[in-house]
Design a protein around this ligand. Structure first.
Ligand code: FAD
Ligand code: DHB
Length: 393
């Protein structure tokens, strides 16, 4: 077995792992990033698209936001649609001028991979059999297979950035973690379509046929979602059916949804999940590896980057001055924001989705909540400050 050494072994080259690697590089801390998929696969995976202002600022300050600044679309409001009407929530007016930026996670990942390779930092794709060991000692180890060779990576710290289905969290011994979760009887069928977006701003629509969302990626690319069953297969959703549902759920008198070729299609299940603490010994878990939110609040990607910002700062203090305060506080610091996002995402989800057998009382409550949030400045401000990202937590 070939043995190498680094300061931080990072498992997973998603947004969390790649951003952490770059933030550490800027501070002169070595890391090795291990990813089990191919570069092509990681760069093609279509996922989130809404960035909080603070996350945009983080990437720009770290020198990873050049294309994001050029191509990202700044939005100052979103629309909520229900009972046949659209209501604008003026996010920036309500949230101290802060905005969101629409920039595909796929594009962010491409930028971060290019940056990592340009800075010469190790980033290995298509590694197999990744396992983590000796987590409760001062010399943790990651073992993996790459190019047919067994490898051992000795390090000071392991960052588990390997997503919800990764191996880091399950490597923590039984009895250490507390887990909190909720399943929803909904899924999202998402498409990317080669057609100019029919609305300048995102439209979140409550409809008797189920939720729908109009989003975008660029002036030429629309991103659209319809509520489906969590176990639906994409084969049950031919393009005609997707467009028909989108037309029915988003349609309004005097407004048309333009259709175009569907470039990509996928179903995402919806769940809430948090594990506590986000640390075991020298293993720190970040992003989807530690928590999942339903996508309705657009928080998953943002939370992942907030985690690694906190982790990077704590690691700098620890490596530079042997100061463990930040690392010891890592889990509690992150979990404050995580639980706020969990609540917000759950709240948006239950306000906008229609269960198959909806109780008439629950429907009246949803509509009342939507009316309140679109007519009361206090309620609209609560939505806006959560959506653009809270600054104090
Ligand atoms: P990930 O992006 O999951 O990255 C983890 C990485 O680790 C992956 O590259 C994975 O291949 C790798 N990995 C896994 N196991 C191993 C292993 N054993 N060894 C090495 N590498 C490993 N959020 C929104 O806000 N809006 C959305 O519309 C939205 N849509 C989504 C659709 C899907 C299908 C999914 C899964 C998530 C979606 N999310 C969405 C959530 C958002 O994309 C995630 O919160 C975000 O990707 C989290 O980043 P991460 O780096 O923590 O995890
Ligand atoms: C998108 C995804 C979300 O989860 C959301 O709430 C808004 C927009 C998107 O992919 O564009």
């Amino acid at each position: 077995m070939n043995t190498t050494r680094t300061q931080v072994a990072i498992v997973g080259a998603g947004p969390a792992g790649l951003t952490l690697a770059h933030l550490l590089h800027l501070e002169g801390i070595d890391s090795v990033v291990l990813e089990d998929r191919s570069r092509e696969y990681v760069e093609a995976r279509i996922r989130a698209g809404v960035l909080e202002q603070a996350i945009v600022d983080l990437l720009v300050e770290a020198g990873a936001g050049e294309r994001l600044q050029r191509e990202g679309l700044v939005h100052h409001g979103i629309e909520l649609q229900f009972a046949g009407e659209r209501h604008r929530i003026p996010l920036s007016d309500l949230a101290g001028g802060r905005a969101i930026v629409i920039y595909g996670q796929t594009e962010m990942v491409k930028d971060l991979i290019a940056l990592r390779l340009a800075t010469g930092g190790p980033l290995l794709f298509e590694v197999d059999n990744v396992s983590v060991h000796d987590l409760d000692t001062g010399r943790p180890v990651v073992r993996y297979r790459h190019d047919g060779r067994e490898e051992e990576l000795e390090c000071d710290v392991i960052a588990g950035c390997d997503g919800f289905h990764g191996i880091c969290r399950p490597s923590i011994p039984d009895g250490i973690l507390s887990e909190f979760s909720r399943e929803y009887p909904f899924g999202w069928l998402g498409i990317l379509a080669a057609v100019a977006p029919s609305s300048d701003e995102l439209v979140y629509a409550h409809n008797e046929r189920g939720f729908a969302l109009l989003s975008l990626r660029s002036p030429e690319l629309s991103r659209l979602y319809v509520q489906c069953r969590p176990d639906d297969d994409v084969s049950e959703w031919p393009d005609d059916r997707v467009w028909e549902e989108l037309q029915l759920r988003l349609g309004l008198d005097g407004w048309t949804l333009a259709e175009g070729p569907v470039l990509e299609k996928g179903v995402t299940g919806m769940r809430s999940y948090v594990c506590e603490p986000m640390r075991y010994g020298r293993l720190f878990i970040a992003g989807d590896a530690a928590h999942i939110v339903p996508p309705t609040g657009a928080k998953g990607l943002n939370l992942a980057l907030h985690d690694v910002r906190v982790l990077a700062e704590a690691l700098v203090d620890w490596f530079r001055s042997a100061n463990p305060v930040g690392l010891d506080a890592y889990s509690d610091t992150c979990l404050r924001r995580v639980w706020r996002a969990e609540h917000f995402s759950w709240w948006m989800t239950q306000m906008l989705h229609r269960p198959e057998e909806q109780d008439a009382f629950d429907l009246k409550l949803q509509l009342s909540q939507l009316r309140y949030v679109t007519s009361s400045p206090a309620a609209a401000t609560a939505l806006a400050e959560n959506y653009v990202g809270l600054t104090s937590l």
